[in-house]
Design a protein around this ligand. Structure first.
Ligand SMILES: Nc1nc2c(ncn2[C@@H]2O[C@H](COP(=O)(O)OP(=O)(O)OP(=O)(O)O)[C@@H](O)[C@H]2O)c(=O)[nH]1
Length: 332
């Protein structure tokens, strides 16, 4: 019976000899001590773009032996096979290194599982327009929770400052002490932002139309991300593509990972401890005064007492509670 393309896997593919010559094909799997290391920059229909030795992009697929283990943008992997990066060459990913962070996309109607979308990033850049579309604090709160849970530092980028002032929004987030940058398209848009990104792996998130692609194009002009038009009626943009992609910042000074089409994050399995740990002043009080498994939203929470005694500010506690409460309800 003829096999359909999806019945084939990487073991069926005859790899072309690499630069170092060919090795005989064998059914015995090698130990992979000759594997080279790489960084996954894009994933598209089972094909992975992997940067190897910081000088070439290699196309690879998952080796069967990885089992169900997923490979996502940001993963550090080991590759065997044809790692030349030449046209039509294909390598195999045989190992995924342990992740330092995992950002999860929320489950949706068609997919009941939360899925990791980006690995190893250390900063979540929350992009919000000051107008057109209007800022949505609940969405920002949920993104902050996702950042804290994933072990990433948040950075707020407020775009379209030519359309509305940032003061009210900044006042709302001031108790959280989150670093922020305010931008206007075309006006030295990246000058203040770049120092925050240098040397880090940052994931850019934001609702459609907030100006993410415009920012990415200013940061990495070669990326030529498609810029959409905000619908005059809904105030929203259109998703122009849908998978995460890592782009190197000029001078190899870090990475930004764009996540078009990702609207919300999986908050279902988040533990309140992970969020509260981002609030040092309150984490101490929680450890000392709260009952076991306190979700910090009930009356028996010891943090009110902690704040009343002057160990932390009420505004900080209110902000923490707002974040914790944002996990409930629709993902937006
Ligand atoms: N007035 C104003 N408009 C801006 C600014 N930044 C971006 N825009 C416009 O906002 C619209 C949407 O920008 P995009 O960069 O495509 O937004 P996006 O977040 O990538 O949207 P999706 O691709 O749908 O995810 C475009 O028409 C931009 O020109 C800004 O600072 N001020």
């Amino acid at each position: 019976m003829a096999r359909r393309p999806q019945d084939y896997d990487e073991d069926d593919v005859r790899v072309r000899p690499g630069r170092r010559g060919s090795r005989p094909r064998t059914r015995r799997r090698p130990a992979h001590d000759d594997a080279v290391n790489g960084f996954v920059t894009a994933v598209d229909r089972g094909r992975y773009q992997v940067l190897v030795e910081e000088d070439r992009m290699v196309t690879a697929m998952r080796a069967r032996e990885l089992g169900r283990k997923g490979v996502v943008v940001g993963d550090r992997v080991a590759l065997v096979g044809d790692v030349s990066g030449e046209p039509d060459s294909l390598a195999r990913i045989v190992r995924v290194e342990p992740r330092t962070s995992s950002l999860r996309r929320t489950a949706d109607d068609t997919d009941p599982f939360e899925r990791i979308i980006v690995a190893n990033a250390d900063q979540l850049v929350i992009v919000t327009a000051l107008a057109n579309p209007e800022p949505r604090p609940r969405m920002i709160d949920r993104q902050l929770v996702a950042a804290y849970d994933a072990g990433m530092d948040p950075l707020l980028v407020l775009t379209k400052a030519d359309l509305a002032p940032p003061d009210d929004l900044l006042a709302e987030y001031a108790p959280l002490g989150i670093p922020y940058v305010v931008t206007v398209q075309g006006k030295d848009q990246t000058g203040e932002l770049l120092p925050h990104l240098t040397g880090r792996i940052s994931v850019l998130v934001g609702h459609s139309g907030v100006g993410k692609s415009t920012l990415v194009n200013a940061l990495v002009p070669e990326a030529e991300r498609a810029v959409s038009h905000v619908n005059a009626v809904t105030g929203r943009g259109r998703h122009t593509s849908s998978s995460a992609i890592a782009l190197p910042l000029p001078g190899d000074e870090g990475w930004i990972i764009d996540t078009p089409g990702v609207r919300s994050f999986g908050l279902a399995h988040i533990k309140p401890e992970n969020v509260i740990n981002a609030f040092e002043d309150l984490a101490e009080g929680a450890a000392e005064r709260c009952p076991p498994h306190c979700d910090h939203l009930q009356e028996d929470c010891g943090l009110d007492e902690w704040v009343a005694e002057g160990h932390a500010s009420k505004a900080r506690l209110d902000s923490l509670r707002r974040l914790l409460a944002s996990r409930e309800g629709d993902a937006e």
